[in-house]
Design a protein around this ligand. Structure first.
Ligand code: SF4
Ligand code: FE
Length: 506
């Protein structure tokens, strides 16, 4: 059965030659690096839960290509139920790790590529879809961890790719060869790339004629010649090197271990190229990916919020404030915001619809609503957690102070609240809250899956304002009432009965 165990995932990474710079230095092997280890643990959890019978229905499914049992993270959505189960999987994993488990970017990129390769073939008579299905079968068989690479550096933000002074600001093909292409450029904010088997490179924007070199989608092994990862800094990341509870989420880390990935003239063989010059389909590829990924946040951030709510509730017990009705009300507010966002994600999935290729797309305006709410709710939930946990989140001593016999008596004595709890529980829970509500976590919630303005633009386009005006006119004037069936308007007068015929006929 193609389901890797956590150790098989770690061993397979160890056997790769991933070229990665962390803290400005080239590392020998990412698996042994303390900066990456928590993020590897998190992905390992996605493999572990797939082997647990109680989670089999959520974490695994049947491949529509081979009929084999596969990890849901390599699956093409076949129904609205699949979309719902994905959101449930994300909440479960968010609860199990309290952080970003990284594999969703690759999953949504796989789905976007599956759908668009079909549409390109219909439009252009190419054979990308069959080629992509072969690659997909390989991913499913090997249960691979994929990173989706979307975001180009973009250079001058007011200019299109072809207008940039530096043509490499968007990933592009620099050489077409009989057996493949050579790509150059970089992708930023790459979630999980540094501990992935494969990178699925997709265009990050819509393109116009003359920009064919930027219309490239392909799969690249993470250790291919010319691929270089440069790990991002996070708030408090040097604490990972110190060990101890000041790290916060000691086992799973903060967000997804994002990196910049450079493609320094990387050769990609033809069988791994899934779009090459078809500019007309790039915008749809971005749109499909973004829609699926925006709905995700109601699942993963919901699960993360569950853990934060739990840590905050525990802190109120440690502080003996838990019986206060104002405290309870603030916990309620955290729960309400979490469940509202989760409900939108489930709703967008339940209203999924079939794409031309046969797979299922989540409801777009609801998916955008999920992400727009996340850009606010994660901050508000964090604010309430800070409110309830207290100012010591920002001032508590280094955990090493509790080990130094010269001062440990004082720091223990003056940080003890409810004597039923050891003082180190207060410190550990406090550090968890501090780190999981830190700037890196917040910014990821704001900009991951697209910045807030991207959802606002999309929602304005999807909301059908003209249709809503027609609804208002209909309710107010009863223009389409069926004669003989509709009840008379008992309040109508001669003056107010004039109907906006012209607009309705437009
Ligand atoms: Fe998955 Fe959420 Fe991380 Fe995106 S932010 S990769 S949806 S866990
Ligand atoms: Fe994200």
């Amino acid at each position: 059965m193609p389901l890797k165990t956590p150790m098989e995932y770690v061993d397979s990474l160890r056997n790769m030659k991933i070229r990665a710079y962390i803290g400005g230095e080239l590392v020998e092997n990412v698996v042994d690096d303390p900066s990456v280890a928590p993020h590897i643990n998190t992905v390992a959890k996605t493999y572990e839960l797939a082997h647990m019978p109680e989670h089999a229905d959520i974490m695994t499914t049947t491949s529509h290509l081979t009929g084999e049992r596969i990890h849901r993270y390599t699956h093409i959505f076949q129904s609205s139920d699949d979309l719902i189960k994905k959101i449930q999987m994300l909440r479960l994993l968010g609860q199990a790790t309290g952080t970003c488990f990284q594999r969703c970017v690759g999953l949504d990129a796989l789905n976007a590529m599956y759908a668009v390769s079909y549409e390109v073939d219909q439009d252009k008579g190419t054979d990308y879809h069959e080629r992509f299905k072969k690659y997909l079968a390989y991913v499913q068989r090997e249960d691979l961890m994929l990173a989706g690479a979307m975001t180009d550096p973009k250079g001058h933000r007011a200019k299109k790719p072809s207008q940039q002074e530096d043509p490499d600001q968007f990933v592009r093909v620099v050489e077409q060869r009989p057996d493949g292409v050579v790509i150059r450029g970089a992708k930023l904010h790459n979630t999980g790339g540094i501990n992935s088997h494969e990178i699925l490179v997709l265009p990050g924007t819509g393109l116009v004629p003359g920009e064919e070199q930027y219309a490239i989608a392909c799969a690249v092994p993470a250790d291919a010649e010319g691929v270089v990862f440069i790990f991002g800094r996070q708030s408090n990341d040097s604490r990972k090197l110190e060990g101890g509870c000041d790290i916060g989420n000691t086992r799973f880390g903060v967000v997804g271990g994002e990196a910049m990935v450079v493609f320094d003239d990387v050769f990609v063989p033809t069988e791994r190229v899934f779009l090459n010059g078809e500019i007309e389909h790039c915008a749809q590829l971005v749109n499909y990916f973004a829609t699926w990924h925006r709905a995700n946040y109601g699942g993963c951030k919901g699960g993360n919020a569950d853990v934060l709510i739990g840590a905050t509730a525990k802190m109120t017990r440690i502080l003996c404030t838990d019986r206060n009705s104002i405290v309870k009300d603030k916990l309620f507010e955290m729960i309400h915001r979490t469940e509202t966002t989760f409900a939108s994600a489930i709703g967008s999935s339940a209203l999924g619809y079939q794409l031309p290729c046969g797979s299922f797309m989540t409801d777009p305006i609801l998916a955008n609503t999920v992400k727009q709410n996340i850009t606010r709710n994660v901050y508000e939930i964090g604010r309430l957690s800070h409110d309830l946990a207290g100012g010591f989140l920002a001032t508590m001593p280094d955990s090493k102070a509790f080990d130094n016999p010269e001062i440990s008596g004082w720091v223990r004595k003056y940080h003890t609240a409810n004597p039923e709890y050891d003082v180190m529980e207060r410190i550990r829970v406090g550090r968890y809250i501090e780190n999981m509500t830190s700037v890196t976590t917040m910014v990821e919630a704001m900009h991951g899956a697209g910045s807030p303005q991207a959802q606002r633009i999309a929602m304005l386009g999807q909301a059908d304002i003209e249709g809503k005006i027609r609804m208002a006119d209909e309710v107010i004037y009863g223009t389409n009432d069926v004669p003989g069936l509709a009840l008379p308007d008992v309040n109508s007068t001669a003056a107010s009965d004039e109907r906006p015929r012209k607009k309705l006929d437009d």
